[in-house]
Design a protein around this ligand. Structure first.
Ligand code: FAD
Ligand code: UQ1
Length: 411
C-alpha cells in the first residue's frame, strides 16, 4: 500500500487550502489529496450565478488546475477509515496509509429526503442554488416567472452557508419588482428554524428588509414533498401552535434548500461523533480520540456556521498545529469560531455578517457598521473575494481577515 506523511480527504475549499501549504513545506509527494471529482467549485459564487450576476463558468476550475503541484492527487473517493491502523480504504478497494490525516470531505446534500425532489429539480420552476446542475436553472426560472406564488425554503438541519436560502429571495424579488411583476407576486420564506439568522445584530436588519419588501417569513416549517402535477409544495409544521400539522401551498417558483447531514461514510466510521460529524476539539481542531487526525470545514464537528470564510481561519490552525506535531517546534494556536456570511440583499448591496459562532459576537473586519446594506461590501464579495479565493486561499496563503481586524483596530 502507498504511504504518505499526510493524507487529505477532499479537494474542496478546506482540503486544498491545507494541502497547499503542507505540500510546499513537506516536499514532493509527502502529501496525498484523495478527491474523486474532476471539477472544483467556488460555491459562494452560486448565489450570484443563480441570479445572473456571474456566469457558472466563473465558479469552476478543473481539479487538475487547482491541485497543489507538489501533492499527489489520488482520484478516488474514501470509502472508510481505519484510524487504529492509520489507513483509509478507497472506493477501488485499495488502502493507503498515513502518519497524519486531515478530513475535509464537506457536507452531504440529502435531496431524496424531500419526496419527489430528485425528479422535479430543475424542471417547471423548481430549482436550487445548492447543486452545480440546478444552480444553472435558477436564473432561467427567475426570468421566466410571470407572477404568482414564489416559495423559498430552508431546512431545520445544519446546512452550509445558512444565509444562502434567503439571499436568492432578495435577488429574485428585486428582479420581479423591476419587471413590474411585484403586484401580482406573493413571496414566502419557510424556515425550519425559529429565527431568520442566528445573530440578532444581522437578524434585526434582515427582518426590517423583509417587512419593507413584503417578504413573509414563516418559522418552524420544513418542506416535505413536492407535487409536480398540481404544482404544490407540502410542508411539515415542526414548531409553534400548529406543530404536527401539514401545510399545502401552490407554487409557480420554488427555490429549495435541501436537508443536509454529515457524509454517510464519515457517519459510519469510528472518527465521527454521535451526530456523524468528524469529532474534533473546537479549539485545536485535533481529533478528540485519534491525535494524528485533524478535521475542518463542513464535515467537522466545529460548532460554528459552515462557510468557506470560516475555513480561512480554521485552515491556519490545522496547518500550524499539524506542522507543529511534525517538527515539534511551533506554538499551538486555537480557532475562535470566526465565520462570515455575505448576505446579498440586492444587485448593489450586501450585509457583511462576520461573527464568532462560539460566542455569538460580531467580529467585523471594517471600521463601519457591517449590518447596514452597502455597495462597498457587495463589490468586495462579488469582485475581490473570489480572486482572493483562487489566488491565495487555495494556495494556502490566505488566513482570513483577522490581521486586517488588527490593522483597523476592529478586533
Ligand atoms: P467542499 O468545498 O464542499 O469540498 C468537499 C470536497 O470533498 C469535494 O470536492 C468532494 O468531492 C470531496 N469529497 C466528498 N466525499 C468524498 C469522499 N468520500 N472521499 C474524498 N473526497 C470526497 N461560504 C462562504 O464563506 N460565503 C458564502 O457566501 C457562501 N455561499 C454559499 C452559497 C451556496 C449556494 C453554497 C452551496 C455554499 C456557500 N458557501 C459560502 C459555503 C461554502 O461553499 C462551503 O462552506 C465550503 O465550500 C466548505 O468547504 P469544504 O472543503 O468543507 O467542502
Ligand atoms: C473570506 O476570507 C472568504 O474566503 C476567501 C470568503 O469566502 C467566500 C468570504 O465570504 C469572506 C467574507 C471572507 C472574509 C474576507 C474579508 C476581506 C472580510
Amino acid at each position: 500500500a502507498s504511504s504518505y506523511k499526510v493524507v487529505v480527504v477532499g479537494g474542496g475549499s478546506a482540503g486544498l487550502s491545507v494541502a497547499s501549504t503542507l505540500a510546499n513545506t513537506l516536499g514532493n509527494n509527502a502529501v496525498a489529496v484523495v478527491e474523486p471529482a474532476d471539477v472544483h467549485y467556488y460555491q459562494p459564487l452560486w448565489t450570484f450565478v443563480g441570479s445572473g450576476l456571474k456566469t457558472f463558468d466563473e465558479s469552476k476550475m478543473a481539479m487538475s488546475e487547482v491541485m497543489p503541484e507538489k501533492a499527489q492527487w489520488i482520484k478516488e473517493s474514501v470509502a472508510s477509515f481505519n484510524p487504529g491502523k492509520n489507513t483509509v480504504v478507497l472506493g477501488n478497494g485499495e488502502s493507503i496509509s498515513y502518519d497524519y490525516l486531515v478530513v475535509a470531505a464537506g457536507i452531504q446534500t440529502n435531496w431524496g429526503k424531500i419526496k419527489n425532489l430528485p425528479e422535479t429539480l430543475g424542471k417547471n420552476g423548481v430549482t436550487s442554488n445548492y447543486s452545480a446542475q440546478s444552480v444553472q436553472k435558477t436564473d432561467e426560472f427567475i426570468k421566466a416567472f410571470k407572477g404568482g406564488n414564489a416559495l423559498f425554503t430552508m431546512p431545520s438541519t445544519p446546512i452550509k452557508c445558512a444565509g444562502a436560502p434567503q439571499k436568492i429571495m432578495y435577488l429574485a424579488e428585486e428582479q420581479w419588482r423591476k419587471a413590474g411583476l411585484r403586484p401580482k407576486t406573493k413571496i414566502n420564506y419557510f424556515t425550519g428554524l425559529g429565527k431568520i439568522f442566528a445573530i440578532d445584530k444581522y437578524a434585526n436588519q434582515l427582518l426590517k428588509i423583509c417587512k419593507e419588501r413584503d417578504l413573509n417569513i414563516n418559522y418552524f416549517i420544513d418542506l416535505a414533498e413536492i407535487r409536480p402535477d398540481s404544482k404544490e409544495a407540502v410542508f411539515n409544521v415542526i414548531g409553534g401552535e400548529a406543530k404536527g400539522s401539514t401545510l399545502t401551498l401552490p407554487y409557480d417558483f420554488l427555490h429549495v434548500t435541501p436537508p443536509m447531514s454529515a457524509p454517510d461514510f464519515i457517519k459510519a466510521s469510528p472518527i465521527s461523533n454521535a451526530d456523524g460529524w468528524v469529532d474534533v476539539d473546537k479549539d485545536t481542531l485535533r481529533h478528540n480520540k485519534f491525535s494524528n487526525i485533524y478535521s475542518l470545514g463542513d464535515c467537522s464537528s466545529l460548532p460554528t456556521s459552515k462557510t468557506a470564510a470560516a475555513i480561512t481561519a480554521q485552515s491556519a490552525v490545522v496547518k500550524n498545529n499539524l506542522l507543529g506535531d511534525i517538527f515539534g517546534e511551533n506554538e499551538k494556536i486555537t480557532y475562535d469560531g470566526y465565520t462570515s456570511c455575505p448576505l446579498i440583499t440586492g444587485s448593489d448591496k450586501l450585509i457583511l455578517a462576520e461573527f464568532s459562532g462560539y460566542t455569538g459576537k460580531p467580529q467585523e473586519t471594517f471600521p463601519f457598521d457591517q449590518s447596514k446594506e452597502r455597495l462597498s461590501t457587495y463589490l468586495l464579495t462579488k469582485e475581490i473575494i473570489p480572486d482572493i479565493y483562487w489566488k491565495y486561499m487555495l494556495k494556502g496563503t490566505w488566513d482570513g481577515p483577522a490581521k486586517y481586524r488588527k490593522m483597523f483596530g476592529t478586533v
